[in-house]
Write a protein that binds this ligand. Sequence first.
Ligand code: ADP
Length: 232
Amino acid sequence: MIQFQDVTKSYKRGGSPALNDVSVEIQDGELVFLVGPSGSGKSTFLRMLLRETRPSSGTVTVNGINLAKLRNRKVSKYRRTVGAVFQDFRLLSDKSVERNIGFALEVIGTPRKQVKTRVAEALELVGLEDLAKRKPDQLSGGEQQRVAIARAFVNHPSILIADEPTGNLDPATSQDIMKLLTTINEKDTTVIIATHDAGIVDQMQRRVIELENGDLIRDEAVGSYQVGGDSR
Ligand code: ADP
């Protein structure tokens, strides 16, 4: 479970906070959309879960761990339980698809056979078995995002966060990527998606948490991009 308890984050003293007294709980296995205009605090919210930033006040607890109290030497192990996907894919351009997916496992000394099995499984999940040897610049945007999703999933994280995962993709490809994130959610992964894509949020009818100027202004179990809205 993820718990934000009275979480405030001020990057600059005296400036308006990026998150302002946010309290929310997300249960294991949920799929949640995080919406709100640019600058509303969505990325800050997600970065808290990666423990890339810490609250100025309040507590973020993930699977029983208070992230502010997590010792530095335990941070990398914790981060393996949280997969992350971004708008700009963030692949290693000089490495093949399969090495991009397996790299994080290699770095921590996972036996080669296990890396191979895990990478094959992740490639199959995203449907890119035939492109394993290609480099990222030989792939379409949608394919690159699939690689990024495979890489995020290869460790079987309990949480997958996606920051504008369809921001650089056309509508049809965006739908495919959402389908894939739904499939991962069905494999007992909590999925949190920050997005501006109203069409997708309206179509999926899932939980929606809305931020505005750092305030949590809406939390609906079955929601649209805008209050009472449906852009279909
Ligand atoms: P969103 O993802 O919704 O666009 P962000 O979390 O990126 O929102 O930003 C929320 C606010 O925090 C914005 O006012 C932004 O300028 C500020 N902010 C974000 N990151 C930093 C940072 N590293 N240093 C200073 N201010 C930041």
